[in-house]
Design a protein around this ligand. Structure first.
Ligand code: HEM
Length: 287
């Protein structure tokens, strides 16, 4: 990890490993920004793998022992609906695919894996993009047939996430085919953020419960102003911080890089607290 810099760490998702790595002399401000990016990555990777451990540990044994009907006794509000074969298969597919894409996403960001295991990196990148798009269509089917907690706002926001995933994946693939590798890398990073939106939602929610006790959330209806905010913030905030990071990388002076570093460090603190709260309050109790 010590050799990772943020331009490499943030820009490597699904990038063809044989592509020439841009080499430039980093300033001290670049290195500060890189270090803050690495810290965020460590908190996020740990949190995403904890989420994967929960999904595998909660849904895996149920599906293996009891098949689709066992999803009725899972955390999903409508995990199994008798007679709805398509929906039942879609939800099982959706949670199994979550293990692959949420588990694999952080691996794509590790430069050493790209460098020493290029075929693995390439195939994981292709698998990641394909599964993210397919599971978004499965999610769209589920959200408009079975629903999600949070009312209409929740339905619209998660559907927007599906649209962003499909759009960003298409743009990233297009730039890869056109050999515009720098642009391809940035779009794969944006893709990573919107694929991770459901994870951001969970850690954001649990961070809020831990720090405020749940102001703006009605526990009966699972609706309220904070939830409406969080449904869109799960995409907007990570994309916003990523844009700040990109702009600062492109800047020639130190000030924007230091400002971006502060934003990334604040995001790291919120991420770490949210991961802790989600692990203790949501994922461990369901295992
Ligand atoms: C591509 C990234 C996504 C991942 C990794 C993912 C992962 C998951 C997981 C793990 C669950 C089980 C809930 C839990 O135990 O916490 C779930 C449920 C669900 N997902 Fe996704 N999801 C993604 C995107 C989407 C999208 C884009 C939609 C809709 C357009 C969607 C719709 C649903 C629905 C309807 C449920 C069941 C109800 C609920 O728990 O909210 N998902 N998803």
């Amino acid at each position: 990890m010590a050799t990772m810099n943020s331009s490499a760490a943030f820009a490597s998702l699904a990038a063809p490993p044989h592509a020439a790595e841009p080499r430039r002399r980093d300033s001290w401000a670049d290195r500060v920004q890189s270090a803050s990016g690495v810290l965020w990555f460590l908190a996020a990777a740990a949190g995403q793998w904890l989420f994967v451990a929960y999904v595998a540990g909660h849904y895996g044994p149920r599906l293996l022992r009891g098949g689709l009907p066992a999803l009725e006794r899972s955390a999903l509000p409508d995990g199994y609906v008798p007679g709805d074969a398509l929906g039942n298969v879609a939800i099982a597919f959706h949670v199994v695919v979550a293990i692959v894409i949420v588990g694999g996403g952080p691996l794509q960001l590790i430069p050493a894996i790209r460098r020493y295991f290029p075929s693995f990196h390439r195939w994981l990148g292709r698998t990641y993009v394909t599964l993210a798009v397919v599971t978004s269509f499965a999610g769209l089917h589920l959200v408009w047939t079975r629903g999600v907690p949070g009312g209409l706002v929740g339905h619209v926001a998660i559907s927007l996430d599906a649209v962003l995933i499909i759009t960003f994946a298409a743009i990233a693939v297009r730039f890869a085919m056109a050999r515009r590798i720098d642009l391809h890398r940035r779009w794969t990073m944006r893709l990573f953020m919107v694929v991770s939106a459901v994870w951001f939602f969970r850690i954001g929610l649990m961070f809020w419960f831990m720090t405020t006790g749940g102001i703006g959330i009605d526990p009966e209806t699972f609706q309220g102003p904070f939830l409406s905010f969080m449904y869109f913030a799960q995409m907007a905030l990570p994309l916003g911080v990523l844009e700040i990071h990109f702009r600062a990388q492109d800047a020639s002076s130190a000030a924007p890089k230091l400002a971006a570093s502060l934003v990334i460090l604040a995001s790291t603190a919120v991420t770490a607290m949210g991961v802790f709260a989600a692990t203790i309050g949501m994922w461990l109790p369901r295992l």
